[in-house]
Design a binder for this molecule. Structure first.
Ligand code: XMP
Length: 505
C-alpha cells in the first residue's frame, strides 16, 4: 500500500464508497477504513471523514481519535457527519436540526478560500442530514452558507475543513471541483498508476501463495480473465478451471479455450453440460432452476479443483464493501450456505486470495489492458452465472437452447458490425416459449417467438431499453427469422428496470 494515498474514514453513509470512487477518478489511490483503523492508514496524504446515518449527539455513535488525526498534520475534510464530528470535538456544539434536510440546496461561498476556488457564486449541492452545527468551534471560519444563510462549510484550521453537503454525489454539481481543490492541498499524494499497482499485486500474490498452488474458477468474463492472467504473470503454481454447464452461448466453450490459449494461461475445462441439463430437466420454476445451477456449479468446480491449497476469486471492491464475506463463487450461490461454508472455511484459514478486491470495474479493465488482454474481452457484456437458463423461461431443453444460441449469435454479430455493441450495457436474444401462428412460404407455421433485449445502464441496478434504430432492428429481425429454425416472430423488449429486470428470470 502506497502510504501517500487518500484515506477515507467510513462513518456508514450510503455514499462513502462513492467518495473513494471520486478520489480515484481524480487520479489518486483511495481506500476505505473504519474509524478505529485510523492508525492503520500509515501516513496518508489526506483524510476524508465520510457522512453517516447516526447523530454525533447520540451515546456510542462512531468516533475518531482526534489527537491522532491532528498529529498526522495532513489535510482533513469532514463530510456531513464528519463535519459535525469535527465541530463537536473541536469545541462547537451540534443539535438535531428542526427539519431534516434531504435533497438539493444552494451553496453560496462567502469567503475567498482554497476549497471553493473557481466555484460559481451559487451552485446546487446535495444534502442528506438532520443534525446541524449550533455553535461553531472557536476560530472556525464560515466558508459557505445555504440560501437561508445557514453555514454549510467551515474551516477549523489551516488544513481542516468541514462541509455539510455531499460533494461525492453527482447532484452536487460542483462536487468534483471541491474534491479536486481539497486534493490539491495534498501535494505529496501519489498518483494512482496501474503499472505500479500491478507490480504490487504480483508481489503480494507471490508472498501470500508462498509456493502453494492456487486454483481459480474462470468464466471467460472480465474479472476472472484478469485474475487468471495475473496469477500467470505472478508465476505462481496455478490452475484455471472453466465449468461448461451446457448453458453457454454459441461456440463459447471453444472461444474461451482459444482466448486463454492466446493469453498463455493453461485452462482446464470441466465438461458438465449433461449433468446440468439432466438436473434441470422438467424444472420450470425460476428460483429452483437457479438453485440447481448454483449448487451444481460449486460441486463441479470443487470436484475438478480437488484438494485446494489456495482459492483465488475475482472479488471486486464494490463486493467487498457490500459484504465482508462475499466472493464471486459465494455471491453466486448466496442462498446455499452449506456449500459456501467450504469457501468460508478457506477464508478463515487465510487460504482465499482476492487480488482484485481493491479495484473498481473500470480499474480492472485498465489492469487487464496493462496485462495485454484484448479490448473485446475487457469490454464484453456481462453474462449471468446461470447462463442461458435465465433467458429461457420455463423448462430448459436442448431445442430451446439451440434457438437462443443461434438468435443471440446473429444479434451480437450485427450489433458489433453496426457499431452498437459498445454503446449498450448488455444485449441478448432470449426465447418466448409461446407458439404463435405465422406463414412461411405458402404454409402456415406454429412456432416459438424470440425476444431481443438491449439495455443501457450504469450498474445494472436500473436500466433503460436501448433506443436502437428501427432499420437496424428490422435487419436483425429479418436475419433471425431467416437464419433460425423453429421461430416465426421476433419481439424487441422495451421495458425499463424497474419494474422489469434485465434477464427474464
Ligand atoms: P437483472 O436480471 O436482475 O440482472 O436485472 C442484472 C444484471 O445481473 C446479471 N445477472 C447475474 N449475474 N449471476 C450473475 O453472475 C446471476 O445469477 C445473475 N442474474 C443476473 C444480469 O445479466 C445483469 O447484467
Amino acid at each position: 500500500m502506497d502510504s501517500r494515498h487518500i484515506a477515507v474514514i467510513d462513518f456508514g453513509s450510503q455514499y462513502t464508497q462513492l467518495i473513494v470512487r471520486r478520489v480515484r477518478e481524480q487520479g489518486f489511490f483511495s481506500r476505505l477504513y473504519q474509524p478505529h483503523e485510523l492508525r492503520d492508514t500509515g501516513t496518508p496524504a489526506a483524510v476524508i471523514l465520510s457522512g453517516g446515518p447516526r447523530s454525533v449527539t447520540e451515546e456510542g455513535s462512531p468516533d475518531i481519535d482526534l489527537d491522532y488525526l491532528l498529529a498526522m498534520d495532513v489535510p482533513v475534510l469532514g463530510v456531513c457527519y464528519g463535519m459535525q464530528l469535527l465541530s463537536k470535538k473541536l469545541g462547537g456544539s451540534v443539535a438535531p436540526g428542526n427539519t431534516r434536510e434531504y435533497g438539493p440546496a444552494q451553496l453560496v461561498p462567502c469567503a475567498v478560500n482554497s476549497l471553493f476556488a473557481g466555484l460559481s457564486s451559487s451552485a446546487q449541492i446535495w444534502m442528506s442530514h438532520s443534525d446541524t452545527v449550533k455553535t461553531l468551534p472557536p476560530d472556525a471560519v464560515v466558508l459557505g452558507k445555504n440560501q437561508q444563510g445557514v453555514p454549510v462549510a467551515l474551516q477549523f484550521g489551516p488544513k481542516l475543513f468541514g462541509i455539510q453537503f455531499h460533494p461525492e454525489v453527482s447532484h452536487s454539481h460542483e462536487g468534483s471541483k471541491i474534491l479536486s481543490n481539497f486534493l490539491a492541498m495534498a501535494p505529496d499524494a501519489a498518483p494512482f498508476r496501474i503499472e505500479d499497482f500491478k507490480q504490487e499485486l504480483i508481489a503480494q500474490i507471490k508472498k501470500r501463495c508462498h509456493g502453494r498452488e492456487v486454483v481459480c474458477a474462470v468464466s471467460g468474463g472480465v474479472d476472472s480473465t484478469v485474475l487468471a492472467v495475473l496469477l500467470k504473470e505472478a508465476n505462481v503454481p496455478h490452475r484455471a478451471i472453466f465449468v461448461d454447464n451446457g448453458l453457454l452461448r454459441l461456440n463459447e466453450v471453444e472461444e474461451v479455450q482459444a482466448q486463454f490459449a492466446r493469453l498463455g494461461v493453461n485452462l482446464e475445462t470441466a465438461h458438465a453440460a449433461d449433468r446440468f441439463l439432466g438436473a434441470l430437466a422438467g424444472e420450470a420454476d425460476p428460483e429452483k432452476k437457479r438453485g440447481i445451477i448454483g449448487n451444481l456449479f460449486v460441486d463441479v468446480f470443487w470436484e475438478a479443483a480437488a484438494n485446494v491449497e489456495m482459492l483465488a476469486q475475482g472479488t471486486l471492491y464494490p463486493d467487498v464493501i457490500e459484504s465482508a464475506t462475499s466472493g464471486s463463487i459465494a455471491s453466486k450461490i448466496k442462498t446455499h450456505h452449506n456449500r459456501v461454508e467450504r469457501i468460508m472455511e478457506l477464508h478463515r484459514q487465510g487460504r482465499v486470495l482476492e487480488p482484485l478486491a481493491e479495484l473498481f470495474k473500470d480499474e480492472v479493465r485498465a489492469l487487464g489492458a496493462n496485462l495485454g488482454i484484448p479490448h473485446e474481452i475487457l469490454h464484453r457484456h456481462p453474462f449471468p452465472g446461470p447462463g442461458l437458463a435465465v433467458r429461457c423461461p420455463g423448462e430448459v431443453t436442448e431445442e430451446k437452447l439451440r434457438i437462443i444460441r443461434e438468435g443471440d449469435a446473429i444479434f451480437i454479430r450485427l450489433l458489433k458490425e453496426h457499431g452498437h455493441y459498445d454503446k449498450v450495457w448488455q444485449a441478448y436474444c432470449g426465447l418466448i416459449p409461446v407458439k404463435t401462428v405465422g406463414v412461411k412460404g405458402d404454409e402456415r407455421s406454429y412456432e416459438f417467438a424470440v425476444n431481443l433485449r438491449a439495455v443501457t445502464s450504469e450498474d445494472a441496478m436500473t436500466a433503460d431499453f436501448a433506443k436502437l434504430p428501427w432499420d437496424f432492428l428490422g435487419l436483425v429481425s429479418n436475419a433471425i427469422l431467416n437464419g433460425v429454425k423453429g421461430i416465426n416472430r421476433v419481439l424487441y423488449d422495451i421495458s425499463t428496470k424497474p419494474p422489469s429486470s434485465i434477464e427474464w428470470e
